[in-house]
Design a protein around this ligand. Structure first.
Ligand code: FES
Length: 238
């Protein structure tokens, strides 16, 4: 779960707790106000009934209820609705702030999801395949240029290792192929599916070559899917 979902869940839980507390306060029965008994000097009035002794006082009947305390002021409905409204507004603003935060965060560099340096052009001979672990891709040097092949198998997403000693599936070198360990899909140096259940070739990441250095933009959003590997168009020329 990402941060936005956690914030939303905790905010809703807090809101629920407060609402329950407020609702309990509202359903508490109101207490009748205690009539004020004026005391007059004796002799100024005549009463046919004896004054009722207060609870707990000498002469009060046993078992009588004690005098009620000050009345509890219930939370008005308008106040509660105002509180809920402000909470909702704050929740929406919080969510917007969280979703905008990534724009102010520095973009990842040198790791998967960002731009990764994959070495120099001179580091590769034709036929070489090197894994760039931090970027989760392979650089494949083919006669036409360079390919950055995402290691994720297009079948069900397993990581595809490079088998440098396996029989080659292309005419560039006698040895080397990609072998997916999950269901046996096999790919050549262009990432073309040769055998197995994968529905398409391995996906490509965009490559740029600047001053003899190879840069690869990585991440699922930039991965290019292919129906078939094109030996002329797919590679980036050196
Ligand atoms: S995940 Fe690679 S062949 Fe199934």
């Amino acid at each position: 779960m990402d941060a936005t979902v956690w914030i939303l869940v905790w905010s809703l839980a807090a809101l629920l707790l407060v609402l329950v507390a407020r609702a309990r306060a509202m359903v508490q029965p109101p207490v009748a106000p205690v009539p004020v008994r004026r005391s007059l000097p004796p002799g100024l009035y005549a009463s046919t009934t004896a004054p009722t002794p207060t609870a707990g006082a000498p002469g009060a009947p046993s078992g009588s209820a004690p005098a009620a305390g000050p009345p509890i002021d219930p939370v008005s409905r308008r106040k509660l609705l105002r509180w809920v409204g402000w909470t909702g507004i704050l929740l929406v603003l919080g969510q917007l702030a969280v979703s905008f935060l990534p724009f102010f965060w520095p973009r990842k560099v040198g790791a998967f999801g960002g731009r990764v340096l994959a070495g120099n052009v001179s580091d590769y001979d034709v036929g070489d395949v090197k894994k760039i672990t931090e970027g989760k891709f392979f650089i494949s040097r083919v006669p036409e240029g360079f390919l950055a092949l995402w290691q994720r198998c297009p079948h069900l997403g397993c990581s595809v290792p490079w088998d440098a000693n396996g029989p080659s599936l292309d005419s560039i070198k006698p040895q080397g192929r990609f072998n997916c360990p999950c269901h046996g899909s096999q790919y050549d140096r262009y990432g073309q599916i040769i055998a197995g259940p994968a529905p398409r070739p391995m996906d490509l990441f965009p490559i740029s070559i600047e001053n003899g250095r190879i840069y690869v933009q990585t991440g699922p959003q930039v991965a290019k899917q292919r129906a078939v590997a094109d030996h002329q168009k797919d590679p980036t020329p050196a």
